[in-house]
Design a protein around this ligand. Structure first.
Ligand SMILES: Cc1cc2nc3c(=O)[nH]c(=O)nc-3n(C[C@H](O)[C@H](O)[C@H](O)COP(=O)(O)O)c2cc1C
Length: 180
């Protein structure tokens, strides 16, 4: 009778045990694996016109057509989000290729991220609409859920427009890349 363990490669078992540690969702592994998923680069803006706020997110997605909903995940440590939430609305600015500097500016913490850049009030909510973006989606905050160390925020889309054909900025494996 051949036992199920006969011919077992014990060295392989060791390797399997080691590699299984690499499949656990500790933060380095979580970031590295999820970083392989290419995302768009979106600046979520809002707050009061006299003191606008904004941050870069890669977690922006469409959710529902009726009603028209989008979602974004915001870290609870975000220093920009409280002012955006207080005002009750945001504009999702989809960055175009060539806008890496804008992405880096809004990925910073603190400081006046709007100093010296062009923006205008989005038509429905007045949230900052950045210049030369690939598209913008103007939303009112519809719902906010707790999601671990992030908020999962749904936005109801009030107005939106795609300004540029193609040419979106993409983030993949830790780098900004042009789509084309
Ligand atoms: C490509 C990219 C994607 C990001 N995606 C998110 C995201 O989905 N949610 C989030 O809370 N922060 C995200 N961040 C990090 C924030 O932009 C960063 O923590 C920023 O400093 C937050 O600024 P704040 O503290 O002014 O809100 C991302 C950063 C980069 C570069």
């Amino acid at each position: 009778m051949l036992h199920y363990w006969s011919g077992w490669d014990w060295g392989r078992l060791g390797r399997v045990a080691d590699s299984s540690a690499l499949t656990k969702p500790h933060s380095d592994n979580f970031r590295s694996v999820l970083g392989r998923l290419p995302t768009g680069v979106v600046v979520v803006t809002g707050g009061e016109p006299s003191a606008p706020s904004g941050l870069v997110v890669g977690s922006f997605m469409s959710v529902s057509l009726e009603p028209p909903l989008v979602a974004v995940c915001v870290a609870r440590t975000s220093t920009s989000w409280p002012a955006i939430e207080l005002a009750g609305h945001f504009c999702a600015n989809v960055l175009a290729e060539g806008q890496e500097d804008l992405a880096r500016r809004f990925a910073r913490k603190g400081g006046d991220k709007f100093a010296g850049i062009a923006w205008s009030p989005a038509p429905a909510t007045g949230s900052p609409l950045l210049g030369d973006v690939a598209a913008w989606i103007d939303c009112r905050i519809y719902e906010r859920y707790e999601a671990g160390d992030h908020w999962l925020v749904l936005g109801e889309v009030l107005e939106l427009s795609g300004l540029r054909e193609g040419g979106a900025l993409v983030f993949h494996s830790g780098s900004f890349r042009p789509l084309s």
